[in-house]
Each structure stands twice: as structure tokens, then as C-alpha cells.
Design a protein around this ligand. Structure first.
Ligand SMILES: Nc1ncnc2c1ncn2[C@@H]1O[C@H](COP(=O)(O)OP(=O)(O)OP(=O)(O)O)[C@@H](O)[C@H]1O
Length: 435
């Protein structure tokens, strides 16, 4: 999927945004790429009764300018694809986007319930009950299924990227790490036995060797030693570029970022991008073996574990130990084995070809006994999701207009050069209201 020029993206948006008629009510969050504001339209919605979220990427301060710009445009394009006839109740739609010489910005519906991480922290013992886990998982599986059907692998599933709408239903956010895979029928796929020699690293040395493979020796894995003749319809990544820039994503998440190495295979069949948040990275990505949709099902296993126990299963003292655990350790369960632990184990299968979801995608997961009784066709009809966010009153009075977004960045970039003003005070306050 080529990234269209900005003009074309704007044409596909129904409404036009302009910084002149937008006001920010508060900062909703900050990520590596941009700042997300709660905004309202000053003429169409002067009292901010239906505000929306606006993600703003400042072009001038991009550390890795080209990469961040590319990722921002990519996210706009994915959101555009998810709008119109491809809308899904658990995925965001693009309201509109805008570009100025200084900024790229796009608007999506506001999710007032915060993210699943924040929500979990508000629960007793900071974990969700199995019933609540079932509800959220069911919706996330449907959202991932929809993305996969569109040929998009999400690659960044984690609690911070699952937002809760005012209705209590979920919305996945942050598509800058996603990418498209193209569907084609092939007769050869990797045999799981080809992967075994990296499943059990005996010591730190073998671990670092396997990580180094992503840089230097990965060609050894480009051509599998053995092939199985199977007529399977498989998905393979479209290779967009051969950029070898190591990019650090300073995520807002509480886990440290992962270096992503964009190593693409010459034959264009497999992607070797090293992507994700380290505790959520799948073994095949750690090994540098390339990956397919199954990385999302692995991440779903980690997410399920975290929602249930409040911690991820393979977290180590440092990244190296985390990766070693991902490759070799089995998830530990403090409770007695049941349907939910079975689901987790089957999603956290190290060999992607044996992982639940590998053969038939989301259908396999939906059929798991943990979801027995779930009416998949009626998920959106569930009137009372387990947790309904408290409604915040963001409405502004006629006199309080909010903040000009360009002014916000001006103040942010040169605080010393500015005298104390109501707007810098505003910035101080909004910083305090960030999630
Ligand atoms: N639609 C929304 N409604 C409410 N809050 C939102 C919305 N979109 C984003 N946010 C908030 O803004 C934060 C940052 O958004 P997002 O993850 O999209 O930015 P990012 O720059 O891509 O971050 P990252 O470093 O994780 O890539 C989110 O964690 C969330 O708290």
C-alpha cells in the first residue's frame, strides 16, 4: 500500500480541519511520535459538547524526521482505510486530517475511558476478573480479525493501545507500527523444525548470537533448510522500503522501547522488521525470522496474562533477559490450570506454526473453550460492558475557548523566551491533566 500524498489524504476526509477553528481542551497523552489533544471546533461546536481527539506531530522537532513523518502519514492512511465501508465498532475512524508546513495532524473519535492499563490499575488487586478479561479479549479478537482481513498486521498490541469508549467498548489505537501483508497462495512454508535450533538458547552467548542475527547473519535463515509441500493460502508482507535505520521509539508506555531494525528480504516475501514493545515481542521477531499475522496472536497471549496477573510473563531484569525468557521460558501460572490458562499457553506457543490462530486466524481463537457461549455477532449489542467510564464534563462555557494548538507548541519549544502568560499557565495545567 503506497502512502498517498497529503493532498490526496485530505480529499478522502469528509471534513476539513484548520488550526484556526480548533481549540484544545486538554492534552490526552504524549507518545514518541506526537501529542494527542482533546479538541473542539470553535464554530461548529463552540461549547465542546462533542470533542474529538487530535494527534499532532510537529515536523520541526522530529528526531528521526523522515521516519516519523513516514509513520505519521502511514497512520493517517491506515485510519483512512478503516473509515468508509471498512468501519469496525472496535477500531477508530479518521474524522479528518490536516497538514501545515509545521504540523501533521489527524482527528479520531475521543475515547473517554482511558486505556486498559489505566483501567486495570483502578481494579481491586490491579487485575481484571476472568469475566472482564473475556469481554475485552472478545472485542480485541474481533478488531484484530478485521485488521487481518484487510491485510493489516497490527504489531503493537498492549494495554496502553487499547482505549475504552464512553460506551465501555474498546478501540484499538496507534497504527504507526502496523503494516500490510499481501495474500498469495504458496506451496512452501517454513517447517517448525527449522526454527528449533533457536528455541532453547543455552546461555547468554547464544542469546546475543540470535539477536545479532537480525543484523548480520539473518541471511542464514532466508532460505529454510527444509520445505514442506503444503497448499496453503498464506499472507506475506509487502516490503515497503529497505531502510536500515535503527529507530528507537521512546514510548509513553512503562516498558522500555525496542530497537527496530528495518531489514527487508530481497525476495520480498518475508518481513524482518524488528517491531514492538519488548515484553510483547514474539519469539520469531526476537530471532529475526520474519513474521506474519501470528505476532498479533502472541501479543494477545501476553496481554491476556497481564490483564489476569498484572505483569507480563517473560519480563526480565533487562532486555536481554526478557528476550531470553521469550525464547525459552514457559509462562508460569499461580492459579490452577483452566480454560483461560490453556488459551494463554496456546497463544504463547513459541513456534508460530503451532500457535493458535496460525492456520485459520481469529476463528481458531473464537472457537477456544474459554469463549464458549460468547455471541460474537452480538458483541456490540451488549448493553452493559463490565466497566462504564465515569462521564467527564469537558464542556466549555461560551467564554472559555480552550487553547490554540500552535501556541501550545510555541510555548513548549521556547518556555524561557516567553514571559509568564495565561497560556503558559494553561500549558502547566494541561500537563498536569495528562493521563
Ligand atoms: N482517541 C483517543 N481518545 C483518548 N485518548 C487518546 C486517543 N488517542 C490517543 N490517546 C491518548 O494519547 C496517548 C498517545 O497516543 P498514541 O499512542 O496514538 O501516540 P504515539 O505518539 O503513537 O505513541 P507511542 O509512543 O505509543 O507510539 C495514548 O496512550 C492515549 O492515552
Amino acid at each position: 500500500m503506497d502512502i498517498p500524498p497529503p493532498e490526496q489524504q485530505h480529499q478522502s476526509s469528509s471534513a476539513r480541519l484548520d488550526f484556526d477553528n480548533l481549540r484544545a481542551i486538554k492534552v490526552l497523552g504524549k507518545g514518541a511520535m506526537g501529542t494527542v489533544f482533546l479538541v473542539h471546533h470553535t464554530t461548529a461546536d463552540p461549547c465542546a459538547r462533542t470533542p474529538y481527539a487530535l494527534k499532532v506531530v510537529e515536523k520541526s522537532t522530529l528526531h528521526t524526521k523522515f521516519e516519523a513523518d513516514r509513520r505519521a502519514r502511514w497512520e493517517i492512511q491506515v485510519l483512512t482505510k478503516l473509515s468508509g465501508r471498512n468501519t469496525h465498532p472496535f477500531l477508530p475512524q479518521l474524522i479528518s486530517s490536516l497538514e501545515t508546513p509545521d504540523f501533521l495532524a489527524w482527528a479520531v473519535p475521543f475515547c473517554s475511558g482511558g486505556d486498559l492499563n489505566v483501567l486495570r490499575y483502578h481494579q481491586n488487586d490491579r487485575v481484571f476478573s476472568p469475566a472482564v478479561v473475556r469481554f475485552y479479549l472478545a472485542e480485541i479478537v474481533c478488531a484484530l480479525e478485521h485488521l487481518h482481513e484487510m491485510g493489516i498486521v497490527y504489531r503493537d498490541l498492549k494495554p496502553e493501545n487499547i482505549l475504552v469508549q464512553q460506551s465501555g467498548h474498546v478501540t484499538l489505537t496507534d497504527f504507526d507500527l502496523s503494516r500490510t501483508l499481501t495474500k498469495r497462495t504458496v506451496k512452501t512454508i517454513f517447517s517448525s523444525s527449522d526454527l528449533h535450533h533457536f528455541d532453547q538458547p543455552s546461555n547468554a552467548q547464544s542469546m546475543s548470537l540470535s539477536l545479532d542475527l537480525q543484523n548480520k547473519h539473518c541471511h542464514r535463515h532466508l532460505i529454510p533448510h527444509r520445505f514442506h509441500q503444503r497448499n496453503l493460502t498464506r499472507w506475506f508482507p509487502i516490503v515497503h522500503n529497505k531502510d536500515k535505520t535503527g529507530l528507537k521509539k521512546t514510548k509513553s508506555a512503562r516498558v522500555s522501547p525496542v530497537n527496530r531494525r528495518k531489514l527487508s528480504f530481497d525476495n520480498g516475501e518475508r518481513s524482518n522488521s524488528f517491531v514492538g514493545t519488548e515484553e510483547y515481542v514474539s519469539p520469531e521477531v526476537v530471532r529475526g525470522d520474519g513474521h506474519e499475522f501470528t505476532v498479533d496472536w502472541w501479543a494477545l497471549g501476553i496481554l491476556t496474562y497481564e490483564m489476569l496477573y498484572g505483569t507480563t510473563p517473560f519480563k526480565g531484569k533487562n532486555r536481554k533477559e526478557t528476550f531470553r525468557n521469550i525464547l525459552s521460558k514457559k509462562p508460569e501460572f499461580v492459579v490452577k490450570r483452566d480454560e483461560l490458562t490453556d488459551l494463554i499457553e496456546r497463544l504463547l506457543e513459541k513456534d508460530p506454526t503451532k500457535r493458535l490462530g496460525y492456520q485459520r486466524g481469529a476463528c481458531e481463537i473464537k472457537e477456544h473453550v474459554f469463549f464458549k457461549g460468547v455471541r460474537w455477532d452480538l458483541l456490540t449489542e451488549v448493553l452493559r460492558p463490565p466497566i462504564i467510564p465515569v462521564r467527564e464534563d469537558n464542556n466549555l462555557t461560551e467564554t472559555a475557548e480552550g487553547m490554540d494548538i500552535r501556541e501550545y507548541f510555541q510555548n513548549l519549544n521556547s518556555p524561557a523566551s516567553l514571559p509568564p502568560s495565561p497560556s503558559s499557565e494553561w500549558h502547566r495545567k494541561t500537563s498536569l491533566t495528562e493521563f
